[in-house]
Design a protein around this ligand. Structure first.
Ligand code: PLP
Length: 385
């Protein structure tokens, strides 16, 4: 698979850094304050990643609301206690929650609570832990990642089984964790029953199930289920719960559903340099995200915008949607000529250069108008060729 996300980053970051301006129009009641800059060459909405999105105004005001006085640092404060209660409302009482700065850290530290250096972690070939974490898992957890081929981002039990034969063989790395991503890196979603089958299989073989839930909210919104129905209730042992891609400024949570596991986690987090001294500013963001269904509203909207984009793209000649649009990502094969013309105006990643396959992502702040404008550019391009 010709995975070219890295290349795209290299080409595009320099040009993006020239953009010194934010939107000037009113977006959903928010006026942006920066003055227009004539140097602006690209529109604000990039379709590159939900991490490119802004911060939801409720999150910003939550940060602001705790920005007064002094509280004890490192999480021993009322705002963190209150945020943890919110997690308990959504995931059940029997959990341990630890906040960290980013998703890579949530994954790496969560995994490191479960493994010894002679273990292996089974994941898909497109897993973020394998493809996009600069071998941080290998470095910090010190064990092997075993990847499984996938067409749609999901792993099937038959494929996982092949790697279990090495259990007990002293010459082989010992599988200890199965790691799945929900929603997957290809924008698809595991159904609760699919997760349960993998969890039961893992537990039967004394393995743990880890879930990279950077986009768990999008998956839950897509399935119309509660967050716990695709995690605690179906046997997930450890979850990286994403905030950043769903409207937060920064912050992810590592959630343990088995109380025995996090015995040493407070040391692992500190040694892993992810213990925030001003923890209240992460906690306040989670409190806001998990209140008044903000997590759901944001995720639902992003999913809807991705589906709208996909429906419109399907009507454009010579393009083909390549994955089910179940969350907020759209994968499509688009003629290379369209790609280069589009990339003069919009920033997004080429997923597979050989196939001319691109990835577009919608966010909580993508509007119907943004989708319309983007599709208009493609249509215009298609007509002019
Ligand atoms: C599936 C998945 N997991 C985790 C992450 C978290 O990455 P970061 O370390 O950039 O917060 C991402 C971000 O792209 C992701 O797509």
């Amino acid at each position: 698979m010709a995975y070219t996300k890295g290349e795209a980053i290299k080409d595009d970051v320099i040009r993006e850094s020239e953009i010194k301006v934010f939107a000037t129009e009113d977006r959903g009641g928010r006026k942006w304050i920066n003055k227009p800059n004539k140097k602006l060459q690209k529109p604000l909405i990039s379709f590159a990643s939900d991490s490119n999105a802004a911060v939801h105004p409720n999150i910003l005001s939550a940060i602001n609301s705790v920005n007064q006085g002094h509280v004890i640092s490192y999480g021993d404060d009322i705002f963190t206690q209150s945020a943890v209660k919110k997690f308990e409302e959504h995931f059940g009482k029997d959990i341990e929650v630890y906040f960290v700065f980013n998703g890579t850290a949530a994954n790496v530290l969560g995994l490191s609570a479960m493994v010894e250096p002679f273990n292996s972690v089974i994941c898909s070939e497109v897993a973020h832990i394998d493809k996009d974490e600069c071998c941080a898992p290998e470095r910090f957890i010190g064990c092997k990642l075993v990847t499984i081929p996938t067409k749609d981002g999901k792993m099937r039990i038959e494929q996982i089984k092949e790697h279990i034969h090495s259990l007990g063989n002293q010459h082989r790395a010992q599988p200890k964790v199965i790691s799945i991503t929900q929603a997957t890196e290809l924008g698809t979603v595991y159904k609760p029953e699919e997760i349960k089958v993998i969890a039961d299989f893992a537990h039967k073989n004394q393995l743990f199930l880890h879930m990279d839930g950077a986009r768990l909210s999008n998956a839950a919104a897509s399935l119309n289920v509660k967050l716990r129905q695709i995690t605690a209730d179906v046997g997930v042992d450890v979850l990286s719960f994403g905030g950043t891609k769903n409207g937060m400024m920064f912050g992810e949570a590592v959630i343990f559903f088995k109380r025995k596991l996090p015995e040493n986690f407070k040391y692992i987090r500190k040694q892993g340099m992810q213990l925030a001294s001003k923890m209240r500013f992460i906690s306040a963001q989670f409190e806001a995200l998990l209140s008044n269904n903000l997590w759901l509203k944001n995720a639902k909207h992003a999913n809807e915008m991705a589906r709208l984009l996909a429906r419109k793209i399907e009507e454009v000649p010579d393009t083909k949607i390549t994955q089910e649009v179940e969350a907020n990502a759209v994968f499509a094969i688009v003629p290379p000529k369209y790609v280069s013309l589009l990339r003069e105006k919009y920033f997004f990643y080429i997923w597979n250069r050989e196939k001319s396959e691109v990835r577009w992502m919608a966010s909580f702040d993508t509007t119907k108008e943004d989708v319309k404008k983007f599709v208009n550019v493609i249509e215009k391009t298609a007509r002019s060729i």
